[in-house]
Design a protein around this ligand. Structure first.
Ligand code: BTN
Length: 253
């Protein structure tokens, strides 16, 4: 590792369409990416203040992939609503190609093996028209050592495959997949994502939706081309929920 890899002076390299800034340590790659233009990305060996969903912190010790990518998308457009799903599909496709089996997504984009979390995704917006897509993948790091409360709830690539790619290689694969899936959906329409994303939920699943305080239970039946969640209630009637109205989906099985 060269001496210039710090928050001020990263190593910068071209990765396909992306300009990748690589740091030794940052607060959060999403916060560093907040200042960058479209198709730039940030990777750090460690984060001192890694951010998770719901203002939680995200353990980001050395050996995991901590990556943020700046994607151009009109805020609150239909494409914006598909971005979490596009990211989940891209990350799952990369992990599957690494040899990970029995992957599943928990809405909107937690990547699990069984009930253990392998990867988490956090989409932020800091500038109009630009999304920062944050991707954290447990690789050879030790999240359970850093935070004992994670014991039994997380899994690492190193637990699942014999040959874990280098972090630089993994970043390249994830960025390439993200750009390919995103461009495909833009060109061919959001409905083309459905056969790739819906099998990843392990449907049908009994779930509970938290609609900011109001709880609804039913059978999750996948998402539609608008990114809406379809829930079958006990009487069999289908109901659709806009993703921005669903705070949390809890598995009941
Ligand atoms: C979650 O599941 O709660 C989302 C976790 C997202 C973690 C990634 S690591 C890279 C990027 N930088 C951050 O601070 N968070 C995301």
């Amino acid at each position: 590792m060269t001496a210039c890899l710090n928050e001020i002076d990263p190593e910068v390299r071209q990765v396909q369409e992306w300009t990748l800034h690589e740091h030794v340590e940052v607060t959060s790659t999403n916060l560093v990416a907040a200042r960058l233009p479209a198709w730039h990305a940030v990777r750090a060996d460690t984060q001192t203040a890694g951010r998770g969903r719901f203002q939680r912190s995200w353990v980001s010790d050395a050996g995991g992939l901590w990556l943020s990518a700046v994607v151009p998308v009109e805020t609150n457009s239909p494409a914006w609503r598909m971005l979490p799903l596009v990211t989940g599909v891209a990350v799952c496709e990369v992990l599957r190609a690494c040899g990970v089996e029995a992957l599943r997504l928990r809405w909107p984009n937690d990547v699990l093996v069984g009930d253990r979390k392998l990867a988490g995704l956090l989409i932020d917006q800091f500038q109009p028209g630009l999304a920062v897509v944050g991707i954290g993948i447990n690789g050879c790091n030790h999240p359970e050592v850093c935070d004992g409360s994670l014991t039994g709830h997380v899994v690492r690539l190193a637990d699942l495959v014999s040959a874990v790619p280098s972090l630089g290689e993994l970043a390249l694969r994830v960025l390439t997949a993200l750009q390919t899936v995103w461009t495909g959906v833009q060109n061919a329409g959001p409905e083309t994502l459905l056969p790739r994303v819906n099998p990843l939920w392990n449907l049908p699943r009994a779930v509970q939706l938290d609609l900011d305080g109001t709880i609804v239970s039913g059978e999750f039946a996948g998402v539609d081309a608008g990114g809406r969640l379809q829930l079958r209630l006990a009487d069999g009637t289908p109901h659709f929920f806009e993703p921005q109205n669903v705070r949390l989906l809890r598995d009941l099985t």
